[in-house]
Design a protein around this ligand. Structure first.
Ligand code: SF4
Ligand SMILES: [Zn+2]
Length: 329
């Protein structure tokens, strides 16, 4: 019977992450679910990692619980203090993760800090309060953070370049509900979505961090990578998109008034944030180190290093022209 089976999540790994000035051991899990209710963002491939839609309703719960069982059998809880949970969409979407499953997951991670990704419309006071009731042992100041892919604080960019389907005000309202439910908020920002020049993307991130910091407890920046089976990939294949330069990532981090965590996934590769190929490795390693230790001098020193591609980056910043996007139909 499926309920007795153990099924692997899409991915899971142990590592470390910085949270509110502290470095915590961390278990990251990506659960396969029935999928994202929005399912439309231009750069997202996670939404494809879902159970087929013809699966009989109700059996999704068994599948998620069997993934949870696999996690419990695989990872000793003494090895991590924090759990980061991703799904094929939103952890707090009750269609995707039904309430009884949510309760089982909370009980499995009782005593841990949980960071769970969700769209803002699913941040509701009652489910958050009951989730916190089940995980909280009084050891953590904020036992739950809702991680929301805000991506940018610019509504036009979020709509035209990402197709995210919510506004900054929706995010701010979700932050208030999270706080009322006893949870913190982690904002994910996307550095260089489609259609922006290198300079536009740089300026968008710098201003987004400043605005997001007024509402979120924690900020994480994702330099954009080209994932398979996405609209972004289609443009990239037609040479109509380039991921951000690592110089730009450094520039954003050095300018930020708050600590911003950043894991440049695919860093130094053609589909990820990259420079010329010669200087990438040290910069990617430095960004990962900074993400954990918060050492601003390291970022400043990396930004001062010399490589032939730095001139190219400056040239791109000065000369790249914006795409023309019609504002009306
Ligand atoms: S980025 Fe999030 S909201 Fe957008 S389609 Fe992917 S899972 Fe859904
Ligand atoms: Zn270089």
């Amino acid at each position: 019977m499926i309920s007795e089976m153990t099924e692997r999540p899409l991915a899971s790994w142990l590592g470390h992450d910085r949270l509110e000035g502290e470095v915590l051991s961390c278990l990251t899990i990506i659960f396969r679910t029935s999928g994202c209710s929005w399912n439309s963002c231009l750069m997202c491939s996670y939404r494809h990692e879902r159970y087929p839609v013809d699966k009989p309703h109700g059996s999704y719960s068994d599948h998620i619980l069997s993934q949870l069982r696999w996690v419990q059998e695989t990872y000793n809880p003494d090895l991590y203090r924090m759990v980061k949970i991703f799904t094929s969409g939103s952890f707090f979407d009750p269609t995707e993760v039904p309430l009884p499953v949510l309760q089982q997951i909370a009980k499995a991670f009782r005593g841990k800090v949980v960071i769970a990704e969700t769209r803002p419309e699913y941040v509701q006071v009652d489910p958050l309060q009951s989730f916190i009731h089940d995980i909280d042992t009084g050891t953590e100041k904020i036992p739950l953070y809702c991680a929301i892919g805000l991506e940018t604080t610019n509504d036009l960019i979020r709509e035209k370049c990402i197709r995210k389907g919510f506004t900054l005000n929706d995010f701010i309202a979700a932050c208030s509900r999270a706080k009322a439910g006893g949870a913190g908020v982690k904002a994910y920002l996307l550095h260089k979505p489609l259609f922006l020049t290198e300079r536009e993307a740089l300026e968008d991130m710098k201003s987004s961090i400043r605005t997001a910091a007024m509402h979120a407890d924690v900020i994480s920046m994702n330099p954009c990578t080209v994932q398979g089976r996405t609209e972004l990939e289609r443009y990239w294949k037609h040479r109509a998109y380039r991921p951000p330069y690592l110089w730009s990532v450094l520039s954003v981090l050095s300018d930020s008034p708050v600590h911003v965590t950043c894991d440049p996934v695919g860093g130094g590769r053609i589909r990820g944030p990259h420079n010329c190929g010669n200087c990438d490795k040290d910069i990617v390693a430095g960004i990962r180190d900074y993400s954990l230790n918060g050492d601003r001098d390291l970022i400043a020193a990396l930004l001062e290093t010399e490589c032939g591609c730095k001139e190219e980056w400056h040239h791109v910043l000065d000369h790249e022209m914006p795409h023309c996007m019609p504002l009306t139909r």
